[in-house]
Ligand binder design. Structure first.
Ligand SMILES: NC(=O)c1ccc[n+]([C@@H]2O[C@H](COP(=O)([O-])OP(=O)(O)OC[C@H]3O[C@@H](n4cnc5c(N)ncnc54)[C@H](O)[C@@H]3O)[C@@H](O)[C@H]2O)c1
Length: 352
């Protein structure tokens, strides 16, 4: 069998500074005997020289399209629109299996070229648990931004930072008023991250998970000053907040951060807003009197590119060292299933 060739591509989205493999893990991969090519990238948080020092090969940005056909192309977010046909196996977040806009076109490009999408969201263990995810830092940032907003210290536009810089503004000042906070989905990756950020901010947040929302006490929920929603909703449950709750006289709630960002989905537990916020305008006012501010940013971990890349890479490394086995086979099956569901016929050149 020929040695595995991984190809770490440049991310076309200019704000995306994260990478799925950091230089120290690249060294481990190369040390295991595989070939790792790394594309030049002006914004990747780690300079190419660090990858080269780890034994990686260098290639121009975007040259993955002409990589050897057996190379496995690694990335995080969307591919550029060209080429139309994709002959390689690609590892990234495709967002293409839940009827998202553009899903059929993307899967069609793989079918046309005989390639395959190995979607990182579907890289799961035997029990269906995600093996590599950015949740921790999403939750950490969600809670951090909520605290900064609540303390009137959030400045826009948001720009990528480091945990040390973030923590420096997150720690409480002597004059800061105390407030209460609630994290829902508190036992998950994002929820634990959110709780940790609150702790850095000097706030002991209340923690709710499935057991506490089964028989939802909305009055208790509205009695907190700040709420961070970090659930992974996979079934229909009664919403945590409805429009009428925002006008309840019992509402103490002033700052709401929805890390989940399921707006528009049938599983949305916060159907009180209709569009996400972003780095330029991170906060939207949902009510004036008394005020209620919303933060719902769907690319939170990109604000801490170094820490979130390191965390993700550490989780992905053992999977890459075992490329092709169990979890990857499930990933490939999921790709074929998605193509079938969309009536996309894969050609004779496909990877199996
Ligand atoms: N905004 C962003 O940038 C960003 C980035 C990464 C992840 N996310 C989102 O964050 C969410 C959480 O991701 P995660 O990796 O932490 O998932 P996870 O599976 O690790 O944790 C989810 C938690 O939610 C709990 N939960 C599910 N339904 C619940 C309910 N009805 N009531 C109370 N708790 C409930 C689960 O028990 C679990 O503890 C997901 O929706 C994910 O898409 C957002």
């Amino acid at each position: 069998m020929s040695e595995l060739h991984l190809w770490l591509r440049h991310e076309p989205r200019t704000t995306e500074r994260r990478t799925p493999v950091v230089p120290s893990d690249a060294r481990r991969l190369v040390g295991s005997g595989l070939v790792l090519t790394v594309e030049e990238s002006p914004q990747r948080i780690f300079p190419l020289e660090e990858y080269e020092a780890a034994g990686c090969r260098r290639a121009p940005a975007g040259s993955w399209a002409s990589a050897p056909r057996d190379a496995v192309i690694l990335g995080l977010k969307e591919l550029p629109d060209e080429p139309a046909a994709l002959p390689h196996r690609h590892v990234f977040f495709g967002h293409a299996y839940k009827q998202q806009p553009g899903a059929a076109e993307l899967l069609g490009r793989f079918a046309a070229g005989g390639g395959a999408l190995l979607d990182l969201e579907y890289l799961v263990d035997d029990e269906g648990r995600r093996l590599a995810a950015f949740g921790h830092w999403a939750g950490y940032l969600g809670a951090a931004l909520a605290v900064l907003r609540h303390r009137n210290r959030l400045t826009a536009p948001l720009t990528p930072t480091t945990k040390d810089e973030l923590d420096a503004v997150l720690r409480p000042d002597a004059g800061d008023e105390e407030f209460t906070a609630l994290v829902i989905g508190a036992l998950g990756r994002s929820g634990r991250g959110a709780w940790t950020a609150f702790r850095t901010a000097g706030v002991a947040a209340t923690r709710w998970d499935l057991a506490e929302t089964r028989d939802l006490d909305r009055r208790a929920l509205l009695g907190h000053d700040v709420l961070v929603n970090a659930v992974l909703a996979t079934t229909l449950v009664p919403p945590f907040l409805r429009e009428e709750d925002l006008d309840s006289p019992a509402r103490r709630l002033r700052t709401l951060c929805d890390v989940t960002c399921d707006v528009g989905s049938p599983f949305n537990v916060l159907p009180v807003y209709d569009r996400t916020t972003d780095w330029t305008e991170p906060v939207r006012r949902l009510r004036e009197e008394p005020p209620l501010d919303l933060i719902a940013i769907d690319n939170l971990p990109s604000l801490l590119p170094r820490e979130s890349s390191a965390d993700f890479s550490a989780a992905l490394l053992p999977q890459l060292l075992a490329f092709g086995t169990g979890a990857w086979a499930r990933c490939l099956d999921r790709f074929h299933q998605a193509c079938r569901e969309l009536g996309i016929a894969e050609g004779e050149f496909r990877h199996d």
